[in-house]
Structure formats: C-alpha cells, structure tokens
Design a protein around this ligand. Structure first.
Ligand SMILES: Cc1cc2nc3c(=O)[nH]c(=O)nc-3n(C[C@H](O)[C@H](O)[C@H](O)COP(=O)(O)OP(=O)(O)OC[C@H]3O[C@@H](n4cnc5c(N)ncnc54)[C@H](O)[C@@H]3O)c2cc1C
Length: 477
C-alpha cells in the first residue's frame, strides 16, 4: 500500500490504530475456515466517524475493505481474499446503554456474545441465540452472519432481535437504520438487509437489540439411538408436538467417538444421540415438557432415555456437544476436520432423510463425515476428516460437498443455516438463490458501486472453492 494512503489512515486512527507488520497481516488473513490471504493493512477503528473517514479513502482509492469481528467464521467470509484493508472491530466493544423500560440494548459491534449476556443477566434478560463460539464471537459478526445456535429452535436467530443499527456505507455515509421500538411497520427494512450481508453492504458500527426475559429453570434429557436416522425421526416427531424444546442437539457416532476420545467419555458410546433441553418459569412446566420428550423418544425407538436436573451432568453433555469441532481433528492422526459442507438447513421433517443421505454420500466418495447440529430447527452440520495435504482427498471432499448441498436444496433447504456463505458455500448459494440473484446483484451495485466491500464473496465468487488454502498443499489449487 502506498505510503501516502498509510499516512492518511494514520491521521484518522493514530499510530496505534493500524498495523502493516508482516506478523499482524499474516494473523489477520485467517478466520476459522480453510482459507487464508494476507491483507495490506489492519486497521482498528474506535468510532463510527473513524470508520466513515476510512471508507471515504478506500472508496476513492478503490481499496477492498473486509470487516472482521472475532474471526470465528467458518466459511471464509472474513478472509481478505483480494487483499486491501481488514477493519478489525475489537476496539468498538462497549455495551452503550441498556433500556429495560423500552426493552432494548445498544451495543458496539465488537462486544463478545458472552460478555453481553453477562451484562444483561444483571437485569434478568438475555440475548438467546447461543452460538457454539459464544466465548469469542462478536455481536457485529453475528449480525453480519445472522448467526444463531442451540436456542434458535425456540428463540430464533440474531436477525429476530435486531431492532435497528448504524452502518457506514462504502462511500463513508453514516446511516441509522430501523428503530428503537418493538414494532415498526412497512418501509424497506434496511437493518434487516444488513443481517446476513457478511460485510458486503456496509460496516456495522452500532446495534440495537431487543431484550427478552431469561427463563428461570431448565433441565435436559439425553436419548441414545441405534441409528442417526432413528434420532432424526425422534426430532421430527417431537417438533410436531405442541411443545418447543429450548435446544435440541444431534450427534452421530463419529462425533461421539471424537468427544469421548478427546474429553474422557462425557457421553454414552452409541450410534447416535440427542440432547434435549426444556426451559420455563416453573418446575411444573419443565416436568411436563420432559415427560413429552421422554414419551416421544420411547415411541420413536430410543435405546436409553436419561433426564437430568444435575448441573454437573448437564455441563458434561453440553460441553461435549460444544467441543465436537475441536475434538474431531484429534480423532485420526494426520487428519484435520475441515469445514466444507458445514452448516445446512432442511425443513425439520426432512432431517431423517438428510442425515441418511449424508451417510450414503460419505460411502460413495470414501470420506469420513461427522454429522451433528442444532437439528431441532433443521440445522445440520457436517465436518469432513481429511488429510489436508492430499489433493485427491480435497477433490473427493468437494464432490461430497456438492452432493450434500444438492440434497439439502432438493429437500427444500439451504446451504447455510447460520454460518454464512463466504467462499465455501458460494457456488451452491447461487444455485439455491437463483431466482433472487439479479436482485442481490442490483442491491450490491446500488450500495457499493466500486465493489470495495468484501469483494469476491457470496454471489461474486467464481471458480473452485479449493483455493487460498491455509494448509500446506501446493498441488491443491
Ligand atoms: C467452535 C465454533 C463454533 C461455532 N458455532 C456456531 C454456532 O453455533 N452458530 C453460528 O451461527 N455460528 C457458529 N460458528 C461460526 C461463527 O462463530 C459465527 O458465524 C459468528 O457469528 C462469527 O462472528 P465473528 O465475530 O467471529 O465474525 P467474523 O468471522 O470475524 O466475520 C464474519 C462475517 O461478518 C462480517 N463482519 C464482522 N463484523 C462486521 C461489522 N462490524 N460490520 C459488517 N460486517 C462485519 C465479516 O466481514 C464476515 O463477513 C462457530 C464457529 C466456531 C469456530
């Protein structure tokens, strides 16, 4: 990057507000996906006005800008694939105002999910989506990805809580979108448009989230099954009852083996299991809902049904579920767990068909696929275990990925339930959203005519997704 541009950036954020050191550039070239690319500069703004001034320079000079939260995204959406500026938002990390009287909280984008909930807990409220990355993910990254997690089945995704937000357009204009009211009718919902836009339409610098009360009680039930198809049938049958679990997590035999090996057997060794959560205000509600879960599990062929109110037991189960991703890489020496088809969504009644199809695809392409997820809302994750230095493994992995995505789209589902599109899902995203594509392209052109905001992602991706890999595999691209 030319020195005169660096000088003008320094005039906005000061000497300690940016870095061009190779070690920093290398580090900020990753997120949690399979991709890596080095930016030219990393900038850490502290205010909306600083973001606005930076965007004016970037727009004039036509420099790519990639906003970055905690970098926990799994499909490359925060990787600066065209170089340029990484706008790292971690210094904008204040919970600015909690208004319990009006049921909202104003936060800066760099606030971490768990930190926000620690603050809201003081008032008896919470922000429910509960991503597995709760200890790290930023609210800005969650809005930009429309993230969710374990509790989405009952409480919805991030977008369901966004009342309004402030964002900076590509040309530096500051826009306040939405409201601080619980209801607002008609008009284009620009705040909603920013949810899931993955940094391609603007830089989010403040968010107003709706508050909701935190249920006082909860209990869990772990059910084991002889097959993942049976577990899927149980989930579909339960959701059809007039009772919505607070969470409903599925693990297949590979995920179970991985966490039991890595974490000292926190869950029973079996072909598949579901961990259900019931929550509410009273013991009566919990008892009633657990009874429904137990009945449905028994009717649909559960081998064991274990309800629990014991915090230690429940923590062991939920920690096991949260540690699947990290445990998988330790399952087979020399193999890594990679995010390719990592986050599909299908109609809930189709969960049994989808999980069965994933197993058939794994056999067809001779790849090891772990299946798990927040299956109560139809959100299914798969991870492939492969040797990331072997081009043949990647080739088979990509073929399996294509088939998995096609199965989910054909079942009426989506290539991404919560992790976003980025690079990894871009080709099949275009298939899924074919009818929306021309509108998506027109919106992007209107909001970012010079194409500087996270260019080359989503609908703009061309070519193979096996490129810019973070792994040492020279013959892969
Ligand atoms: C172990 C693990 C578990 C996970 N579990 C879940 C889960 O249960 N549910 C789930 O939804 N996700 C999950 N994820 C994925 C990821 O944590 C989420 O998608 C999360 O929302 C990303 O937040 P982040 O702050 O890390 O964003 P980043 O990865 O830094 O960025 C994500 C996207 O948001 C954009 N962005 C970031 N900040 C801004 C901003 N201020 N303005 C505009 N655009 C911005 C980036 O450009 C990028 O496109 C998991 C990831 C890991 C590693």
């Amino acid at each position: 990057m030319e020195q005169r541009i660096i000088d003008s950036i320094e005039a906005i954020v000061g000497k300690d507000g940016y870095s061009t050191k190779p070690a920093d550039l290398y580090t900020y070239g990753f997120d949690a996906s399979i991709f890596h690319n080095t930016p030219d500069i990393v900038i850490q703004p502290k205010t909306t006005e600083q973001v606005s001034e930076i965007m004016k320079i970037a727009n004039k000079e036509k420099i790519p800008v990639v906003a970055r939260g905690a970098g926990t995204g799994l499909c490359g959406s925060a990787v600066p694939i065209k170089g340029g500026i990484v706008l790292a938002m971690q210094k904008m990390n204040k919970v600015k105002r909690v208004s319990v009287a009006d049921l909202w909280v104003d936060v800066e984008p760099g606030v971490i999910y768990n930190d926000l909930n620690d603050e809201l807990e003081k008032y008896g409220f919470f922000f429910p989506p509960s991503p597995g990355s709760a200890e790290a993910a930023h609210i800005g990254g969650m809005v930009a990805n429309n993230a969710s997690g374990m509790r989405a089945v009952k409480y919805g995704a991030t977008r369901d809580y966004v009342l309004g937000l402030t964002f900076v357009k590509a040309d530096g204009e500051i826009v306040r979108a939405g409201t601080r009211t619980i209801k607002d009718s008609s008009g284009y919902q620009l705040a909603r448009l920013m949810c899931g836009s993955e940094g391609t339409l603007g830089i989010i610098t403040e968010i107003t989230l709706k508050l909701t009360t935190k249920p006082k009680k909860s209990a869990y039930c772990l059910c084991t099954f002889n097959s993942i198809h049976d577990a899927g049938k149980c989930i579909a049958a339960l959701i059809a009852k007039p009772m919505i679990p607070a969470s409903c997590e599925l693990m297949d035999s590979i995920s179970i083996k991985a966490v039991n090996k890595a974490r000292g057997n926190p869950v029973p060794d079996c072909e598949a299991l579901c961990i259900f959560e019931a929550d509410g205000e009273t013991d009566e509600i919990i008892t009633r809902d657990l009874k429904i879960i137990e009945e449905v599990a028994n009717e649909t062929g559960a081998v064991t049904v274990t309800p629990s109110y014991d915090k230690k037991q429940i923590d062991a189960w939920t920690d096991a579920r949260k540690s699947i991703m990290t445990s998988l890489s330790a399952l087979k020496p020399g193999f890594s767990s990679v995010s390719l088809a990592d986050d599909m969504g299908v109609p809930i009644s189709k969960v049994p068909d989808a999980v069965k199809a994933f197993q058939e695809i794994a056999d067809k392409y001779r790849v090891t696929i772990a299946t798990y997820g927040h299956a109560g809302d139809g959100n299914l994750h798969t991870k492939m275990l492969l040797d990331p230095t072997d081009p043949d493994e990647w080739e088979r992995g990509v073929k399996a990925t294509d088939d998995i995505f096609d199965v989910c789209i054909d079942l009426g589902g989506t290539v991404t339930g919560e992790h976003g599109v980025g690079i990894a899902k871009a080709p099949k995203f275009k298939r899924e959203r074919e009818s929306e594509l021309s509108s998506i392209i027109a919106i992007k052109k209107a909001m970012d005519p010079n194409n500087i905001l996270n260019p080359g992602k989503l609908e703009q991706w061309e070519g193979s997704i096996i490129t810019n890999l973070r792994y040492p595999c020279e013959k892969c691209s």
